[in-house]
Unconditional design. Structure first.
Length: 248
């Protein structure tokens, strides 16, 4: 499973300038950029790429366009291209926490946790960044990839200190407790995550696993069924179907 969708704040300057007075028509690259953002929100990375490349032809140095290209290529699994565009965006806009966060998420996808830790730390240490819970959660998961569970827990708790309602931090903290064999604590975090975001299929799936480990078959079946109902054709949906066959 890719982790990036959980921690990326999609684009740096989302619809920049929309609040300005209508003194002039938008530039052509702005139109293509806005369309690219719209296609990303729809999950259509291919159409987003087409629009961002049109914006890029008009302005090859616009960091927002470069980040858009990076995000779209990342969603397509073209990680080398994504890395190149993110790094170019960071060169155009140094020390930008959103770009650093996106790079960290990309390196999680690439199973390069040390590189992810570097960029998540940079993003989280920016005192002017008002969403520091996002890179802190990414930082925790990078440590989780390295099986550095205590460091992961510390990062997740820092994220929750910034925003107690950030469901991804609760979910990832629960996964860490689960990996450590602390299933009771894991269940508590999973249920908190579910209260904050009831449609996250991974939370339902992790609850199914945790209840299965606790030999609570009825509860496990309930949450695995939720996964199948919410996302029947997804990878987690297929795994949930397999567990349901074993439990019923």
């Amino acid at each position: 499973m890719r982790f990036s969708s959980a921690v990326i704040l999609v684009l740096c300057g989302l619809l920049v300038g929309c609040a300005e007075p209508r003194q002039k028509a938008p530039q052509q690259e702005d139109v293509h950029y806005i369309l690219g953002v719209s296609y990303l929100h729809e999950g259509n990375a291919s159409r987003a790429l087409q629009e961002f490349h049109k914006a890029y032809e008009a302005d090859a140095h616009n960091p927002d366009v470069l980040v858009g290209l990076g995000r779209a290529y990342q969603l397509k699994g073209a990680y080398a291209d994504a890395e190149g565009y993110y790094l170019r965006a960071l060169k155009e806009r140094p020390d930008d926490s959103l770009i650093e966060n996106n790079l960290g998420a990309l390196y999680l996808d690439l199973q390069r946790p040390d590189d992810a830790i570097h960029y998540f730390n940079k993003a989280a240490s920016n005192l002017m960044f008002d969403r520091s819970e996002v890179p802190l959660t990414g930082l925790g998961y990078a440590h989780f990839q390295k099986r550095e569970y205590l460091e992961a827990i510390n990062a997740y708790r820092k994220a929750l200190a910034q925003n107690p309602r950030y469901d991804q931090a609760h979910l990832r903290l629960g996964e860490t407790y689960y990996a450590m064999g602390k299933t009771g604590r894991a269940l508590g975090e999973f249920h908190q995550a579910l209260k904050l975001n009831g449609n996250n299929i991974r939370t339902h799936f992790q609850l199914g696993l945790a209840y299965m480990k606790e030999n609570s078959s009825a509860e496990a079946v309930q949450y695995f069924r939720n996964v199948v109902r919410l996302a029947p054709s997804s990878e987690l949906g297929e795994q949930a179907e397999h567990y349901l066959e074993l439990l019923q």
